[in-house]
Ligand binder design. Structure first.
Ligand code: CUA
Length: 322
């Protein structure tokens, strides 16, 4: 019976290993995760096949004849057998625990030199922030063969970050910082999947992950930065025209208000801090020839931080320059 079981076990284990069940392993961590996966799977398939093989053989070999109404002989207590079926699972479970622990320590190790990307999950989209360039993107771009630490958080409910080809997966939880180390080992385009049921749009919560050569990555990052600056500048101009243009003239925005000072004159050569103060606290310094308390002092409440930033950036860049 044991021989039959062992033969079936080996055959099924081979089938299990030879079929390509998993997506390609495209990160350094993926290979390690797969080793544990196959270690556990082969043990499980072999045990299942052994038990199922023995059971099927017993049903066929020891089945009762149609005219045999007797019960089988009762068996009670077999110390040798009990030791074997306690010891084998104990050894296997211990081996799985130790091996998993070793691999887990290895894949969660954060190397000294590594890039950081801040990942935010929110119903129903991912966003990726690159602190070194202060760039935020809807795409996750990474240079190949370089370890990156993803710092995960969520704005509303629990989400979970996963790229199947990289294997590594971790929850993004509101109010909690979790992290994940990935070393992508192959260039290509992948899909970031949310694997935690997070609401109606859960199934659509995907993002693109791009793994590229280091030089292509540097170019991507500077392109994103330029795009963001351009968008911020355009937003600043629109805001200026809507909020400030009635009272102030500024050549770049084509406004000609005369209630307040001509900004091309008074802001020429002024820095970011001065312009910011002049917007949120207009009475702090009054241009010669103008009265205090004319300009509303509540722009800090009206504008979001981001709007205020793009407005200040826009003025730094354009006032007195055309
Ligand atoms: Cu986010 Cu599911």
């Amino acid at each position: 019976m044991v021989l039959v079981g062992a033969a079936v076990g080996v055959a099924l284990a081979l089938v299990a290993v030879l079929i390509p069940w998993l997506p390609s392993a495209d990160s350094q961590q993926a290979g390690e995760i797969d080793k544990v996966y196959w270690f556990v799977t082969i043990i499980c398939v072999a045990i299942f096949a052994l038990v199922a093989g023995v059971a099927l053989y017993a049903i066929w070999r020891f089945r009762a004849a149609p005219d045999d109404p007797d019960d089988g002989a009762p068996i009670h207590g077999h110390t040798g057998l009990e030791i074997v079926w306690t010891a084998i699972p104990a050894v296997l479970v211990t081996a799985i625990t130790v091996y998993s622990g070793v691999i887990l320590t290895k894949v969660e190790d954060i190397p000294k030199d590594h890039r950081v990307v801040e990942v935010t999950g929110q119903q129903f989209a991912w966003s990726f922030h690159y602190p070194e360039a202060d760039v935020t993107s809807g795409q996750l771009a990474l240079p190949v063969n370089e370890p990156v630490e993803l710092k995960l958080t969520a704005k509303d409910v629990i989400h979970s970050f996963w790229v199947p080809e990289w294997r590594m997966k971790k929850d993004a939880v509101p109010g909690l910082d979790t992290n994940l180390v990935i070393t992508p080992s192959k260039e290509g385009t992948y899909t970031v999947v949310c694997t935690e049921l997070c609401g109606l749009g859960h199934a659509t919560m995907r993002a693109q992950a791009l793994v590229m050569s280091p030089s292509a990555f540097d170019k991507w990052l500077s392109d994103e930065k330029a795009k963001a600056a351009q968008a911020g500048s355009a937003a600043g101009k629109t805001l200026f025209t809507q909020q400030c243009g009635t009272c102030h003239s500024l050549a770049d925005a084509g406004t000609s208000g005369e209630v307040g000072p001509d900004l091309d004159k008074v802001l020429s050569g002024k820095d970011e801090d001065f312009i910011h103060e002049s917007i949120v606290d207009p009475n702090a310094e009054i241009a010669p020839g103008y009265q205090p308390n004319v300009m509303p002092g509540n722009f800090e409440d009206i504008l979001t931080d981001q709007q205020l930033t793009s407005l200040v950036e826009y003025l730094v860049k354009t006032a007195g320059k055309s």
